[in-house]
Write a protein that binds this ligand. Structure first.
Ligand SMILES: [Zn+2]
Length: 258
């Protein structure tokens, strides 16, 4: 394992790995750091790996070598050549189909890593907040045999809560969950995690820097699928923007590794 520490993206302060939440000094977002000189991950070693999930890049994920990964087969999604659209647009367009992940969302990548990491940190139950598609937290909790507590906004459609509840999560409806400040949400999740003796796995990079580590494998897969000739432009749909930052980190790391 080459994960070394977390560093504040605003002031540069370094903290021991496993530190969660914001930088205590300036409230900046923390980023997961690696010692790239200590990995033997190369184009050749990747060619010889049969694992098509995100765990084929285990060298650049934060979890220990001997940690049992909590996986439902996430990653390895197809990159389709959009031939007809490319002809219309006059470019070479490809589409990465993330709906092929186990719960139908790219978030499976983040949650697979985050749950594996949480168990390594001693988590016995998990708590998170969801607008709906963090159902992955419930699915991976079920896979790991951990209790999962999810906060939902009281105004979000009940149909969005169905998937996590089917996976066995315990849901709690909260008024104005996502309309307050980020600090309010952080405080609420922190308090709840303390009271329930649960690990806060909320997968938003502002709170959990390990969120990005699973999602960055999208960039790794694109590099591999394109025979290491990375696209000129990658268009990423955003809500909170985690996926965009994660893919930037993934491409940057691949560049650093050559
Ligand atoms: Zn800082």
């Amino acid at each position: 394992m080459v994960h070394t520490e977390v560093i504040c993206s605003r002031c540069g302060a370094a903290y021991p790995k496993g530190t969660l939440y914001l930088c205590p000094k300036c409230q900046g977002i923390l980023t997961v750091q690696y010692d790239y000189s200590k990995t033997d991950l190369t184009r050749t070693t990747l060619q010889n790996r049969s694992d098509k999930t995100i765990w084929r890049y285990r060298d650049l994920l934060p979890c220990s070598e001997d940690a049992e990964e909590i996986s439902l087969g996430e990653g390895g999604t197809p990159l389709h050549k959009a031939t007809r659209l490319s002809a219309i647009l006059g470019t070479n367009l490809m589409l990465k189909d993330e709906s092929r992940n186990p719960t139908g969302s790219f978030k499976d990548r983040a949650i697979s890593v985050a749950v594996t990491w949480a168990i390594e940190q001693g988590a016995k139950r998990l708590v998170s907040a969801s607008s709906g598609n963090a159902a992955a937290v419930a699915a991976y909790s079920a896979k790991a045999g951990l209790d999962c507590f999810l906060l939902f906004d009281s105004k979000s459609p009940p149909t969005k809560h169905l998937q996590p509840l089917v996976y066995g999560a315990k849901g709690l409806s909260v008024k104005n969950l996502f309309t307050g400040t980020a600090e309010d949400l952080i405080e609420l999740l922190y308090t709840l995690s303390q009271r329930l003796d649960a690990y806060n796995i909320f997968c938003w990079a502002l709170i959990n820097p390990y969120t990005l580590e699973g999602n960055k494998t999208i960039a790794y897969e694109i590099c591999e699928a394109c025979q290491w000739d990375a696209p000129d432009v990658v268009v990423v749909p955003v809500g909170g923007g985690d996926n965009l930052v994660a893919e930037w980190k993934g491409f940057k790391e691949m560049l650093e590794l050559g």
